[in-house]
Design a protein around this ligand. Structure first.
Ligand SMILES: CC(C)(COP(=O)(O)OP(=O)(O)OC[C@H]1O[C@@H](n2cnc3c(N)ncnc32)[C@H](O)[C@@H]1OP(=O)(O)O)[C@@H](O)C(=O)NCCC(=O)NCCS
Length: 183
């Protein structure tokens, strides 16, 4: 039996694979071209496609913000993956000027990677530049996801108490009339 001399295995030079660059997250003021993405993102959360509503929001908070209204989007890899909307309100609800956050959404596939935190931080920064020192918001009492998020960002229960009145439908009389009639 002949034994073939064993060849030393060729050394394969390992070249380090180029590290994939982390996608850059950019927070900026909304542009008209972002609206279809915002409408689609809102629809993933609400189930409603509200193009006319978002046009109105854009006109009020986007182009006509005048420094006190903010409509910001988060962009990653050239795609909008989140938004936040807020406004400084002067002495409403009997409170000194403060910044209100009205709406916020992050695309489900982009969540839990810091997008929401960056959006909130940028909104807070813009409010600070306008001289306000408090940021407020309201959440649905059963939306534990957004509450966990806000708490993680340092937000705590404030001193305002939300009240509401069931207005009934047209023709049912003045609000509260039924209660008074029962007395
Ligand atoms: C709430 C929301 C904005 C958070 O966005 P996000 O990009 O995932 O937030 P971040 O990645 O910056 O998370 C920051 C912190 O929030 C908390 N958080 C986020 N998602 C959470 C989850 N699913 N469960 C529990 N805590 C959560 C965590 O403490 C997290 O910190 P960690 O990553 O160190 O654990 C996003 O989930 C969303 O858009 N939800 C629907 C929003 C909605 O209901 N809008 C209507 C009312 S305006």
């Amino acid at each position: 039996m002949t034994i073939e001399p064993q060849r030393a295995p060729e050394r394969v030079r390992k070249t380090a694979a180029p590290a994939a660059a982390a996608p850059v997250l950019h927070i900026r003021t909304v542009k008209a071209a972002d609206l279809p993405a915002v409408v689609a993102l809102d629809a993933t959360v609400t189930g409603l496609h509200k193009a006319a509503y978002w046009q109105r929001v854009y006109r009020r908070y986007g182009v006509n913000g005048q420094g006190q209204r903010h409509f910001l989007v988060a962009e990653r890899d050239g795609r909008v993956c989140g938004f936040v909307i807020g406004e400084v309100r002067d002495w409403e609800f009997g409170a000194p000027p403060c910044g209100w956050l009205f709406a916020m959404d992050v695309m489900p596939s982009a969540r839990q990677s810091g997008v929401g935190g960056r959006l909130l931080a940028e909104l807070a920064q813009r409010f600070r530049r306008e001289g306000v020192r408090v940021l407020r918001t309201m959440t649905a009492s059963d939306n534990s996801l957004i509450q966990s998020f806000f708490r993680s960002q340092g937000m705590r229960a404030g001193h305002l108490l939300p009240l509401e009145l069931d207005l009934g439908s047209e023709g049912e009389g003045q609000p509260g009339a039924a209660r008074k009639a029962r007395r």
